[in-house]
Design a binder for this molecule. Structure first.
Ligand code: PSU
Ligand code: MN
Length: 302
């Protein structure tokens, strides 16, 4: 599908036309997920990792109301400097952000949507949103999960973010028919760490097996996405006690300050970075790069 709001960079549109592999990257992680200037340096380094893996990076954002696919380094720098001044844009935000000509940082949900409009089928990020702890009363369930159920894009991540309720997130994905693949793991990775208490649906040990499952899903006409979970490399994983302590503390502070809705995830990520003296940020950066490389390898096989 193509539409008048899409603005695809020359490099990305040329790659798509000539059938070269492309990997989509999101921008909420830039504007809301990491502090400046690490957000900008990480976004640029992640693009380089995709290139080193043999694919063309397409960082996606909304700039002046245009659905921009393939942001330039200047645009990435702008998104990083603007930070929270850019709207965190999920599916429900799109109509107004676009019609008003605003800037929007795209979440996993909107990055999937725009990637799909542009004809890109592989997307790498850090961690997806999911079912929040306490969702049985708050009903806070990320639109990322809904998007995975209806948009045929593969999302390569290091698991749902550990601030969430992982067992409930897995239940939700099962209900919605989203396959959760573990890359070289039987256990669902928990973003900052390699292991959670949940199992993945299927363990696949090669990029080729993952690519084949995705091709098969598309050929059968299933319009669901696919979630590929790639554990953070052992050497960059956090200590369980350290990260769990920081998460508990951050959740308490969020509650005290009455933080909720779209603010909760950026608040928790920033608070956890503070509580771990930057360790969690360093791990976050490493795991995104690790995901970008796997996504590039898979994209090359599609
Ligand atoms: N991965 C990261 N950092 C992030 C995100 C992902 O390493 O900040 C973002 C993604 O854009 C994801 C969003 O869609 O967090 C989830 O927000 P929410 O829980 O409000 O749906
Ligand atoms: Mn939410």
């Amino acid at each position: 599908m193509s539409n008048n709001y899409l603005c695809i960079s020359d490099e990305v549109s040329c790659a798509l036309r000539t059938g070269r592999p492309v990997v989509a990257l999101e921008s909420t992680i830039i504007s809301h997920g990491m502090p400046y200037p690490q957000n900008v340096s990480t976004a640029l380094e992640v693009e380089q990792v995709v290139r080193d893996g043999g694919a063309v990076p397409a960082t996606i954002a909304i700039l002046g109301g245009r659905l921009t696919v393939g942001c330039s380094s200047e645009q990435i720098d702008y998104l990083g400097r603007q930070g929270q001044r850019v709207v965190k844009c999920s599916r429900r935000d799109l109509p107004v952000v676009v019609s008003q000509g605003m800037d929007g940082a795209t979440t996993v949900a909107t990055t999937m949507m725009i990637a799909s409009m542009a004809g890109i089928s592989v997307f790498a990020t850090g961690g997806i949103g999911g079912v929040h702890r306490g969702a049985e009363t708050t009903m806070d369930i990320s639109a990322d999960l809904e998007e995975l159920s209806q948009t045929p894009v593969m999302v390569v991540c290091a698991g749902p973010k550990a601030i969430l309720d992982l067992p409930l997130t897995m239940e939700y994905l099962e209900t919605k028919g989203v396959p959760v693949i573990g890359y070289q793991t039987d256990v669902l990775p928990a973003f900052y760490t390699r292991r959670s208490s949940c199992r993945v649906d299927y363990r696949l040990d090669s990029a080729q097996d993952i690519a084949s499952a995705f091709v098969c899903q598309r050929r059968m006409g299933l319009s669901t996405g696919m979630l590929v979970t790639n554990p953070v490399p052992e050497e960059y994983a956090m200590d369980d006690a350290v990260i769990n302590g920081a998460i508990e503390k951050a959740l308490c502070e969020a509650e005290e300050h009455g933080i909720h809705g779209k603010q909760i995830t950026p608040f928790l990520l920033a608070k956890i970075t503070e509580l771990t003296s930057g360790q969690s940020l360093a791990t976050n950066i490493r795991l995104v790069k690790n995901n970008a490389l796997l996504a590039a390898h898979i994209a090359c096989l599609l």
